[in-house]
Design a protein around this ligand. Structure first.
Ligand code: HDE
Length: 731
């Protein structure tokens, strides 16, 4: 805590209580501008300003004078406020927190952050979408960035990862092509934050190495519900080096404590309009309310000898190492518990780079990673404008920086003395090199030999094997969502040759997948049996067909199906940070509402009372309305009892729409007391023709009095696929 007490006065948020224990937050506080009610307005050089509303002019209605340094200073700063956004991952949000190690990897590495059990290392973690601009929505179909900076005692360590474990291309030289194809098309800058356009699919159809990652991208993995319901992966194989200098390969995994859950496509698109800030808002509000976002940190550790047995190359970033071959060992937890004070200074100015490794770690020859080792440092120069970007408060490490680098735009550090070179006999030759046994970084002495060649290794040649493994590992509903995603994306492609080339690629994953898509595109199917396109989520026939569609994988270590690829097969993990809509009109049973809110709060979830109007509903307060919210923004809906309120909701189209949307998107619905009649007589019952009172197994609860334990259990299951007649509800 700095002596000037800056931290104490700079914010009065509930999460400020977590600040003093976080050394990085204390470090930032020395640059946090204090703000108090007694502040006197000054210009940038400390001169007090008496009038901030009027320029200095000659005559009451006359021209503004060149002399007016105050207006010039203010406009000058404003004119230069923007910096280039990130070329990819421009849209993102971040939070502070800590990483706590629970299991030491001392056998494998000397890195203190991975060997000192119980130590809490400050982190700053940023989540992002890939293709969209900084002002785009949170929920396009996109792989998500998952970048974690650890401020360790040995310098910064960044795992700049994604929420899927593989990448589209195998060599960095293709990255600009991939991104140019994905981003809005250059002639008209359309479409924003979307892959559903010709250039993207043109590139993919000619780049078969992308097909495995494309399967992930077309699955619901590319539509995470919240940041804390997605996994994170380091993607590449890295090295850990122990005290004897022995190297072990490692892959990094983040497993969300709240389980892995996604949106469905219809929901994602609607959220993009109803609340484009949906995910950043959810994280902000959870943390602002004293809650946390948490992940377990796991590693897959393996040796060169193991790697040599597998029929895929561990240097190929388009391949996973199935958890069946190398289980994930959980070694710690990341807890995000503090929002940034300032978006620009922290979230925008943070510059991650995969070269931020600490001693006891090293890179591998993964050709995608090798390119990244150059690119991230390079990009910060254009984005942040100076080689001194690493001295920005959010980027500087917690330990001391000492070297002979000097000068450059915006140099803040004042380096005294006359020596800025090595070797030097003056000033004691400082700073001194640090030998390995005292914590100096030493690269792993991997033997390297060979001819200089511009080639792709033969061991990278299998492009389809793991795409088939992924397909096989999906449940029928997940397969259906993949088929529908391809149908949507490719139906937006105007060039028929591109669509057909994609079908050729898909056929090599599975003919049924290709056929389901082909029929929707008006092309001939590639399998004997096909389900009707534009089909019905509730079609038992389609589900059965999808259930039996197995492919023959390769490059999979002999597996036909792999663990933990399916989200649906992962067990439910409780309801923490879930959001529940409670529909309420005047006359609602307020005791029931309070009991529901209480029960949700006790489990870490949040009930939101949505009134027909804001304000008091006779003892509970509506902070949102049916009209200013939407079902897609919630995980479940409850209609409490109360005769007058139920009567009002029966006639309210918005209330009816909540039930229809919740049903369609497979979310829990509960109706209590008089609201049972509302359910029975709802548009939902009429349109689907279902007896909604008999659908407890499908997540529709109705009872005289709320059984809140049952509701919590139902909410924990998240989605109830297989509800009948879903296709009768329009988008
Ligand atoms: Fe990135 N990537 N990337 N990337 N990446 C950037 O760096 C790049 C790749 C990832 O929240 C840029 O600071 C190349 C894989 C994340 O600030 C840029 C290649 C993975 C973020 C860049 C890749 C990632 C970025 C843009 C192929 C997952 C956001 C701004 C050789 C393992 C970090 C910036 C944040 C950002 C280059 C491939 C993850 C241009 C050249 C693979 C999470 O430097």
């Amino acid at each position: 805590m700095p002596e000037n007490g800056v931290l104490a006065v700079s914010h009065d948020k509930p999460d400020a209580k977590t600040a003093p224990s976080n050394p990085k937050v204390q470090d930032l506080s020395s640059d946090t501008a204090p703000r108090s009610e007694q502040d006197r307005l000054t210009d940038n050089f400390g001169h007090a300003i008496s009038d901030d509303n009027n320029s200095l002019r000659a005559g009451v209605r006359g021209p503004t004078l060149l002399e007016d340094h105050l207006v010039r200073e203010k406009l000058h700063h404003f004119d230069h406020e923007r910096i280039p956004e990130r070329i990819v991952h421009a849209r993102g949000a971040a939070a502070h927190g800590y990483f706590e190690l629970t299991d030491s990897l001392a056998e494998y590495t000397t890195a203190q952050v991975l060997t000192e059990v119980g130590k809490k290392t400050p982190v700053f973690t940023r989540f992002s979408t890939v293709p969209g601009s900084r002002g785009s929505a949170d929920t396009p179909r996109s792989i998500r960035g998952f970048a974690v900076r650890f401020y360790t005692d040995e310098g910064n360590w960044d795992i700049v990862g994604n929420n899927v474990p593989v990448f589209f291309i195998q060599d960095a030289i293709k990255f600009p092509d991939l991104v140019h194809a994905l981003r809005p098309e250059p002639h008209n800058e359309i479409p924003q934050a979307a892959s559903a356009h010709d250039t993207f699919w043109d590139f993919i159809s000619l780049t078969s190495e992308a097909i495995h990652t494309i399967m992930w991208e077309m699955s619901d993995r590319a539509l995470p519900r919240y940041f804390d319901t997605m996994q994170g992966f380091g993607v590449h194989t890295f090295r850990l080096i122990n005290a004897e200098g022995k190297s072990t390969f490692v892959k990094y995994h983040w497993q969300p404590v709240n389980g892995v859950h996604s949106l469905v496509w219809d929901e994602s698109q609607k959220i993009a309009g109803k609340d484009p800030d949906f995910q950043r808002r959810a994280m902000w509000e959870t943390i602002d309310g004293g809650g946390t976002y948490e992940w377990d940190f796991g590693v897959q550790l393996f040796t060169e000898a193991q790697a040599s047995e597998w029929d895929f190359d561990i240097l190929d970033p388009s391949k996973i190492i199935p958890e069946d071959l190398v289980p994930v060992r959980t070694i710690g937890r990341m807890v995000l518990n503090r929002n940034p004070d300032n978006f620009f200074a922290e979230t925008e100015q943070v510059g991650y780079k995969p070269t931020n490794l600490v001693p006891g770690m090293d890179f591998t020859n993964d050709p995608l990673m090798q390119g990244r080792l150059f690119s991230y440092l390079d990009t910060q120069l254009i984005r942040l404008g100076s080689p001194n970007w690493q001295y920005l408060p959010i980027n500087r490490p917690l330990n001391q920086v000492a070297n002979n680098q000097r000068d450059g735009y915006m140099r803040h550090t004042i380096n005294p003395g006359r020596v800025a070179y090595r070797p030097a006999s003056l000033d004691g030759g400082s700073p001194l090199e640090v030998p390995r046994d005292q914590g100096g970084f030493v690269s792993y002495p991997e033997p390297v030999s060979g001819e200089k060649l511009r080639v792709r290794a033969e061991s990278f040649a299998d492009h389809f094997g793991q795409a088939r493994l992924f397909w096989n590992s999906m449940t029928p509903i997940e397969r259906e969502h993949i088929c529908k995603a391809f149908q949507f994306e490719l139906s937006k492609v105007e060039t028929r040759e591109v669509r057909v080339r994609m079908l050729d690629l898909l056929e090599q994953v599975h003919p049924l997948l290709a056929s389901q898509v082909a029929v929707a595109l008006g092309e001939a199917p590639r399998a004997e049996q096909v389900a009707k396109p534009g089909g019905t989520a509730d079609s038992a026939e389609e589900m059965e067909l999808l259930a039996t569609a197995e492919a023959q994988p390769s490059a999979s270590g002999g597996l036909t199906k792999a663990k933990n690829l399916s989200m649906e097969e992962q067990p439910p993990k409780g309801i923490r940070n879930r959001q529940v809509a409670i529909l309420a009109a005047d006359g609602v049973d307020t005791d029931q509402v309070k009991a529901i809110m209480q029960a949700l709060k006790a489990e870490g979830a949040k009930g939101h009372v949505l009134g027909q109007h804001l304000g008091d509903l006779g003892g509970v307060e509506a902070k949102k309305t049916l009209g200013n919210s939407h079902m897609v923004l919630f995980d479940a809906v409850i209609v409490p009892g109360g005769a007058e309120h139920v009567q009002a909701l029966m006639e309210d189209g918005d209330a009816q729409a909540y039930l229809l949307e919740a049903y369609k998107h497979a979310k829990p619905i509960a109706a209590y007391g008089e609201a049972q009649a509302l359910l029975a007589d709802s548009d939902l019952a009429r349109i689907t023709g279902q007896d909604l009172g008999e659908m407890q197994d499908l997540g529709i609860l109705s009872a005289e009095q709320p059984d809140l334990a049952q509701f919590v259990q139902t909410l924990a299951q998240h989605r109830f696929w297989g509800r009948p007649k879903v296709s009768r509800i329009s988008n």
